[in-house]
Design a protein. Structure first.
Length: 355
């Protein structure tokens, strides 16, 4: 579908308005505005960063280079991955309402701004991982990624985007018309992306793939109630692991498993699933470390709650060990795959987490 000229105008106006808001704090991603750039209820002891690939305030050259090289392997920049899904009049209508939220402080605006101006290639990396996993399993270098596998990568992005948008709903202690409108937009926009992903999922016409992605959506919802489903004897670190697996790991692991099934590489499906889970844990651990090191109020950070009464150096060292354990496990899993450009690219992305 094509965006109308009127829709283009709304998107360009929103882009220019966001450009003026340089003081906004980035927060995850809202929708794939960059593709259209025309070219908590968490357990109190375990409140942590909600975005798996959120910006860490520090530009990491090794990470950007690893992702850029990986995009070359799959054949195109993944910033264009979901263009097909958002290029329609519904998104141009969303842009109209987002412009009205400028200046209200609602996180939806900061979310959109972070995506538009992201220079650290932290966005749409989930889809990139799915594409790389698809190619890594190919036994012959000349084999292309299947159209269904590309669709699955796009679905993965859409599902995650829906989760991020829904996470932008804020609790209001006092009535506020602008913020209430922002909350309604967060719910409806998230539902729009989730529904759109389900429509695309149906086009794959594979019941097993539907079941895997549905399980990932279920796990994300369960993660919102970790204090209910977790064992009362679990430590804070156990809860962190469990919530990270449900919130972030499930989608990536099931998507990696699904793309291998679509590519007739069922013998590697379990390895792909394990890879997705391990890289999610390593990634989130790295984010916790980066945000802890740059935090102005470390007492409220999740790592301070995971390691109470521990010095700054010890906290960082302790969680670096957690991260490195998952990095090493991820790299070990990759040895089960044929050695090719995609496998090498995946390894470089994993190693880039150790910065």
């Amino acid at each position: 579908m094509q965006i109308t000229s009127k829709g283009n105008i709304h998107l360009i106006e929103l882009y220019l308005l966001l450009k003026k808001k340089e003081d906004m704090v980035p927060r995850s991603c809202l929708i794939r505005w960059k593709a259209l750039h025309l070219g908590s209820r968490i357990h109190p002891a375990v409140s942590f960063s909600r975005s798996l690939f959120a910006s860490t305030q520090v530009h990491q050259t090794s990470w950007v280079q690893a992702v850029s090289n990986a995009e070359k392997v799959v054949g195109f920049p993944t910033s264009l991955l979901s263009l097909r899904s958002v290029a329609n009049d519904e998104i141009s209508n969303i842009a109209v309402y987002l412009k009205k939220l400028i200046g209200t402080g609602h996180p939806l605006i900061a979310t959109a701004k972070n995506l538009v101006y992201s220079k650290d290639k932290t966005h749409q990396t989930r889809g990139l991982l799915v594409l790389l996993m698809s190619k890594a399993a190919k036994k012959e270098s000349g084999q292309d990624i299947l159209p269904q596998q590309r669709t699955l990568a796009e679905i993965t992005e859409l599902v995650y985007t829906a989760h991020v948008i829904h996470g932008g709903v804020i609790n209001l202690n006092t009535p506020n018309a602008n913020l209430e409108m922002g909350n309604k937009m967060a719910v409806l926009c998230g539902d729009f992306f989730l529904a759109h992903s389900c429509v695309q999922l149906a086009t794959i016409q594979n019941l097993k793939i539907v079941e895997l992605i549905a399980q990932a959506i279920t796990d994300y919802s369960t993660s919102e109630f970790i204090d209910v489903v977790a064992n009362e004897n679990d430590s804070a670190l156990d809860r962190w692991n469990q919530q990270t697996k449900l919130r972030y790991g499930s989608l990536i692991s099931h998507a990696c498993q699904a793309t291998l099934i679509l590519g007739n590489n069922a013998e590697l499906a379990e390895a792909g699933k394990s890879f997705g889970m391990e890289i999610a844990l390593a990634w989130q651990a790295n984010i916790e470390i980066q945000t802890y090191q740059s935090s102005e109020n470390r007492a409220d950070h999740v790592l301070s709650k995971l390691f109470p009464e521990t010095s700054f150096v010890e906290v960082v060292s302790n969680f670096q060990a957690v991260r490195d354990k998952h990095v090493d496990a991820t790299l070990k899993i990759l040895t089960a795959f044929p050695q090719n450009d995609a496998t090498i690219a995946l390894g470089n992305i994993v190693r880039a987490l150790k910065y």
